[in-house]
Design a protein. Structure first.
Length: 308
């Protein structure tokens, strides 16, 4: 055997083994099945009213109009939610992404969210407002679990990972935060509570939305900006609705209260906006400027310092 030849066994060991394509598992299929189920129920029951006796979601929302109900244009955010989640559902089936921690760590919480949202469409369609409130809080806590599971997963922290796999659930969680609080208001309206009680619940609702935005910006090591931004959207449309309120709101509360809540909603939107910008600027400073200053301060100032 010449010196340039190698034994067959050594050559085979030198060739790296081909990595097997990850297989789809039950988590991947649960994401797919959950999205399809949610879409069919949300569109079929909430819009097409395929179940006998159900009403359109928009008509029910108008019937149970709260002092903090957003304008109908606010609900256009559902288009973005469903489109982004459709992109997630397709992407997480692909070999490149199906085994990523950001996909797998969600476990079956997303399926839980989809089933709970399907149930909410039925309950709300039959004007079972109190039961629908229970369902919507199940959706909210399910989404909260999804967002936190992804947050603590072994993330790559790339733009693709964020926009394709994390953004769809953050924006959904943000909107369900506002929707859950709104659903509480609807329960009081359904029970014919007094205007004073409804006003109190509405004011508390605005305060809670602001407090939740602060939590997402301050507590996590990596601030979550998407959810507060959605709350800016919600509060802005609450104010917009009160620019030209429905007759039932005008008759129930009068000009003074309607104007006050309108200004309060706009103010909450502005305050959250300021907080988001301030937190982003602080994050930029901590990442770039403070880091460079720390490096300069830790650098030796003389040969004696170097020797030490």
């Amino acid at each position: 055997m010449s010196s340039t030849e190698q034994p067959v066994e050594e050559v085979s060991k030198a060739v790296p083994a081909t990595t097997a394509t990850p297989k789809l598992n039950s988590v991947n299929y649960s994401h797919l099945g959950g999205f399809i189920t949610n879409f069919l129920f949300t569109y079929g029951v909430g819009t097409l009213n395929v179940l006998p006796g159900t009403s359109d979601v928009g008509d029910i929302s108008d019937k149970y109009q709260a002092i903090v109900s957003p304008a109908s244009s606010a609900f256009s955010i559902w288009g973005l939610i469903f489109m982004s989640q459709a992109a997630f559902t397709i992407a997480q089936m692909l070999p490149k992404f199906r085994s990523k921690p950001v996909v797998q760590e969600m476990k079956y919480y997303w399926l839980f969210v989809c089933l709970a949202q399907s149930a909410w469409s039925i309950f709300f369609g039959y004007e079972m407002i109190a039961v629908a409130m229970v369902a919507i809080f199940m959706i909210f806590f399910g989404l909260l679990a999804v967002v936190l599971k992804q947050y603590f997963a072994n993330l790559e922290r790339t733009l693709v990972e964020f926009w394709l796999f994390r953004f769809p659930f953050m924006i959904h969680c943000g909107w369900l935060t506002a929707a859950s609080i709104l659903n509480v208001n609807l329960v009081f309206i359904k029970n014919n509570s007094s205007a004073e009680v409804q006003l109190t619940v509405g004011i508390i609702s605005l305060a809670i939305l602001h407090a939740i935005s602060v939590v997402w910006l301050v507590l996590p090591k990596y601030p979550v900006y998407t959810i507060p931004c959605v709350l800016i959207w919600a509060n802005s449309w609450i104010g917009a609705e009160l620019q030209n309120p429905m007759d039932q709101i005008q008759d129930r509360f009068g000009d003074l209260v309607v104007t006050g809540i309108k200004n309060a909603a706009y103010s909450v939107a502005v305050i959250i906006s300021i907080q988001v910008v301030s937190r982003a600027l602080l994050a930029i400073y901590m990442k770039f400027f403070k880091k460079s200053n720390d490096i300069e301060e830790s650098a030796p100032t003389s040969e004696e310092d170097s020797a030490v």
